[in-house]
Design a protein around this ligand. Structure first.
Ligand code: ADP
Ligand code: MG
Length: 232
């Protein structure tokens, strides 16, 4: 598959702040999975992308996620209790890595309003609740077990289901590993709390039968992208 430059995207082009941060990484060309998935997600399609480890899937979802949240923000600024995007990742370590890449974007002064919170097991759930209530993050980067616990929480005025009512974007990252690690029920329960009006991107290294079931449960008319090449 041909690779394009980041600034060759048109209809719509990437916003200046996102483009500036990507260029600060020194990546001139998009990888094949980025070239395929980003325009589709920007056009508000659901996407299921299969691409090997190391093919650049993180930016394939973070870039359109940031674009869509910014666009929404310009129309209606995010309310204090609204969560705009959820990223679900199978392990704490992977969630932390995504959160670190995201943090580099959110340091840009024009993206500072899109704050994030890392929601993973091992940290205190009480602290998670206090932070969500006080810092009102717009993007949650989560592992499924802890996110499900938060949705099921009653009686502490968190009401996560109400906070995701205008969710724009859901990412299921490393979907094959999510299922291998036994998170099928958790992820399906989480899907039950989310509004249908949203974009969903599902990313995996391999597309197993179980992944296909999850695509059916979580995505609407998805475009399937499959690439075999690595980033470099
Ligand atoms: P995956 O999630 O597909 O395993 P990652 O998103 O973790 O892959 O990216 C793998 C590596 O490729 C990272 O070091 C990342 O910084 C790098 N990378 C991402 N996009 C590009 C690009 N467009 N050009 C060159 N390297 C890239
Ligand atoms: Mg990855």
């Amino acid at each position: 598959m041909s690779r394009k430059t980041w600034n060759s995207l048109d209809k719509p082009p990437l916003s200046e702040p996102v483009l500036e941060v990507v260029q600060s990484f020194g990546f001139e060309l998009m990888t094949p999975v980025q070239t395929a998935a980003i325009p589709l997600l920007l056009a508000r399609k659901d996407v299921s992308a299969e691409a090997v480890t190391g093919s650049g899937k993180t930016l394939a979802f973070l870039v359109p996620l940031l674009e869509i949240l910014q666009r929404r923000h310009k129309e209606t600024p995010w309310g204090a209790k609204e969560i705009g995007a959820l990223i679900i990742s199978p392990t704490r370590e992977l969630a932390r890595q995504i959160s670190e890449v995201l943090a580099q974007f959110l340091e840009h002064e024009e993206l500072e309003h899109l704050n994030q919170q890392l929601i993973v097991g091992g940290n205190s759930i009480e602290e998670d609740i206090v932070n969500i209530r006080q810092q009102t993050p717009c993007i949650l980067v989560c592992t499924p077990g802890r996110l499900e616990d938060l949705f099921q929480r009653k009686g502490d005025d968190l009401n996560l289901a109400a906070r995701v009512k205008s969710l724009e974007f859901l990412v299921l990252d490393e979907a094959d590993r999510l299922l291998d690690l036994g998170f099928k029920t958790s992820v399906n329960n989480i899907l039950g709390y989310l509004p249908r009006q949203r974009r969903t991107g599902l990313f995996s290294a391999t597309q197993t039968t179980e992944v296909t079931d999850l695509i059916r449960a979580g995505l609407r008319n998805p475009v399937l992208v499959s690439v075999k090449e690595k980033a470099s």
